[in-house]
Structures are given as C-alpha cells and as structure tokens.
Design a protein around this ligand. Structure first.
Ligand code: CAA
Length: 381
C-alpha cells in the first residue's frame, strides 16, 4: 500500500491549484452574487484538459485516471463550487458517452466537450415526480422511422441552458418498467426542446440549473446511447462516477472552510488573545481537519477502485455520503468560528455554508447513498 501521490498527480494538483488561486477564487464571490455562469473559466479549464479528463486521448479526452479527476475536482471545489459542479457533471457526461457510446457518438460528441467548444454537457434524469425514485420517470421516446420523438419534462438540470449535448433518459417501453428506459444524446438546439427559467438557488448560484421541456422533440435514432432498455443502468452506472466528483467537490469546500478558519482564528483577538488559543476553537479545527482527511481518503480510494476496473458503487456512495455530510459540518463550524462576521458576505465562509448544502441532495441524497450502501451489504430486501 502506498499513500504517496504519483508525480503526474502532483503536477496536476499544482497546475489546478494555481488556476484556482489565480482565476477562480478572485471571481467566486461575484459569480455567486450575480448568478454568473462561468463560461470563460470553463473554456480555460477545457484548454487545461479538465473537461473530459478520464476519456482516452484518441477521443479527444485527457487520458487521465479517476484519481486525477478527483484531485482536480478537490482543487476547483476549494475555489468555486459553482464551477466545480459544472466541471463534474460535464466530465460525467463525457465519460458516459465514452463508456456507453459507439464510435460515431464518441467521435462526434466528446471532442467539443473536451475542447470547450461546448461550454458544458448535461445529464437529464430527474423529473418533477422522479427525483430519488429515478426509475419512475415519465418522459417518453417513441420510435418514428429514423427518429425518436421525445415528450416530457426534466427538472434541476445542471448547465441545461449551456450544454452542447445532453444525456436524456426516457421511457421507450412502458411495459418493461426500469428495463424500458433508454438514453439519448440530445443536442441543445434540437427543435422541440425548450429551456426553462433558471432556478434561483441558495448556493452554487453560478451554476446553471434549469428545467427542460420536450415537445415532439425529434432526435435521430443514431443518438440512442447503448441499447434500448439499458438506459436506467447506464444512468446509474455513470452516476457512480459522478458521485466521486461530488465527494471531491465537498472535500474542496471543506479544505477552504478549514483554511479560512485557521486564518481567522489566528487573527481574531478576544479576551486578550487570538481565539485559536481557546480549546473550543481548537477542537472545531481538529474535527474539521480529521473529517477532511477521512473524506479525502475515502474519495481517493473510490477513485482508485474505479481505476482498477472493479465495481466501486458502494465505495463511491460511501465517499459521497461521508464527504458531503462532513463538508456541511465543516461549513457550520467555519461560520461558528467566524462568529457574526461569518454570517456576512464579507467573509467567504458564508458562501461555503450555502454552497455545500446541496451536496447532500444532488447526485443522490444522503438517504439514497445509505440505501445503495445497505443494499450492497445486505442485498436487496
Ligand atoms: N450501476 C449499474 N446498474 C445498477 C446500479 C449501478 N450503480 N444500481 C442499480 N443498477 C441496476 C440494478 O442491478 C437493477 O438491474 P436488474 O433489474 O437487471 O436487476 C436495476 O439497475 C434497477 O435497480 P434497482 O431495482 O436497485 O432500482 P431502484 O428503483 O430500487 O433504485 C436507486 C435504485 C439507487 C434508489 C436509484 O434510483 C438512485 O440512485 N436514485 C437517485 C437518483 C439520483 O442520484 N439522481 C441524481 C440526478 S443527477 C444529478 O443530480 C446531477 C447533477 O446535475 C448535479
């Protein structure tokens, strides 16, 4: 067993850290306050090879491993959670197209994601009546000659208004239940697809979250991803990798909470000494650092398992569950350490507190992660 990062990982961390410090941290407050989708930064990130990281170079990706993806996500998450979630979902879609797509689909859709020609890519599973119960989707895709006609509505779609390509789950055979769901690659300007109003969110306000309405949206049959009926498994398998991304994002925000808390507690004087000298503050800092260490190890182990080509569903759910819950604890403590100032926009911990809240909700709530973990341990009862 070796806990040392490889040289290539260290170089990637250094590059992403510099980018985060120079490009993301300075504009993160404005992105949040004005709900700006960070298009320019995403383009720069594509140029750095951060948007299709785990896709082989032959298909335009960066040919890196999942450990690299997790490490880069942690750095970006430390600077701007809005940018990080956009990066995570875009990578998840690029990987989904690589894993489940045919040669034509890979060659057509991955390069524009990787180069930043597409600002982002989206993953459309959730519907108003199908959130945690993803198998209950009602959007339909009916075959009509060389096309499928899609009708239905998706909600809470990350980057939906900016995505060049969207992975859309739809029912192709209602009689087969979850085995009658299929996935389609839908280009954003396809007639019949309307982008809804952006959600006004508590946090991650620079990320774009919209509904998608499909009204007789004609998608070429060649855009079916994988086989008809495999869609539910494709979406869940792809989400396993996505959950590593969100766990990493949470680690990044946790690190930012810890760094800000250390800085503030050493500078803030009360009762004649820096508050870092009080045990109450020291214990909070110690707990944050311990949670961060545990979360990072869990996320990197899940990433490593994925790179070994073995089933990593349980490890990814455990990592996502632990890291996102721990990040919420850390953000709570960071605000507590900052006192009243932590409740104002003068200090970034106020944003971290809002930004981490959604991490226990999207890509499967903490309750869903526990279901996945329990089923892996006990079997489906
Ligand atoms: N990989 C591959 N296949 C899987 C799988 C996985 N991880 N998990 C389950 N499957 C397969 C099962 O083996 C089963 O196959 P068979 O029928 O052939 O045996 C099939 O899928 C159905 O599985 P279940 O019966 O277990 O399905 P379920 O209805 O009980 O639901 C669930 C399982 C885990 C609860 C699932 O619905 C789930 O993960 N829900 C949460 C959805 C979610 O995470 N949504 C996030 C939206 S995307 C997002 O948030 C991105 C963003 O923009 C930020």
């Amino acid at each position: 067993m070796d806990f040392e990062l490889k040289e290539e990982h260290k170089l990637l961390v250094e590059m992403t850290r510099n980018f985060t410090d120079n490009e993301l941290i300075p504009i993160a407050p404005e992105i949040d306050a004005k709900e700006i989708f960070p298009k320019e930064n995403l383009k720069k990130m594509a140029e750095l090879g951060l948007m299709a990281m785990t896709v082989p170079e032959d298909y335009g990706g960066s040919g890196m491993d999942t450990v690299s993806f997790a490490l880069a996500m942690m750095e970006v998450g430390r600077g701007c959670a809005s940018t990080a979630v956009t990066m995570s979902v875009t990578n998840m879609v690029a990987e989904g197209i690589f894993r489940f797509g045919n040669e034509e689909q890979r060659k057509k859709y991955i390069p524009p994601i990787a180069t930043g020609e597409y600002a982002a890519a989206s993953f459309a599973l959730t519907e108003p009546w199908a959130g945690s119960d993803a198998g209950a989707i009602k959007t339909t895709a009916i075959r009509d000659g060389d096309y499928y006609i899609i009708n239905g509505e998706k909600v809470f779609i990350t980057s939906g208004a900016y995505a060049g390509v969207i992975m859309v789950a739809a029912v192709t055979d209602k009689s087969k239940g979850k085995h009658g769901i299929s996935v389609f690659l839908v280009e954003q300007d396809t007639p019949g697809l309307t982008i809804g109003k952006a959600e006004e969110k508590m946090g991650q306000r620079g990320s774009n979250t919209v509904s998608l309405v499909f009204e007789d949206c004609r998608v070429p049959a060649e855009n079916l991803l994988g086989q008809e009926g495999d869609g539910f498994k494709i979406m869940l398998a792809d989400l396993d990798g996505g959950r590593i991304g969100i766990g990493s994002l949470a680690c990044g925000v946790m690190k930012a909470c810890l760094e800000e808390s250390i800085k503030y507690s050493k500078g803030r004087v009360q009762f004649g000494k820096p508050i870092a000298e009080f045990q109450a503050i020291q214990w909070m800092i110690a707990d944050m650092a311990t949670d961060l260490e545990a979360a990072k190890n869990m996320v990197l182990r899940a990433a490593w398992l994925k790179d070994q080509g073995v089933r990593f569903t349980q490890a990814a759910s455990m990592a996502k569950l632990f890291a996102t819950e721990a990040a919420n604890r850390a953000a709570y403590k960071a605000v507590q350490i900052h006192g009243g100032y932590g409740y104002t926009r003068e200090f970034p911990v106020e944003r971290f507190y809002r930004d981490v809240r959604v991490t226990t909700l999207y890509e499967g709530t903490s309750e869903i992660q526990r279901i996945v973990i329990a089923r892996n341990i006990l079997g489906k009862l």
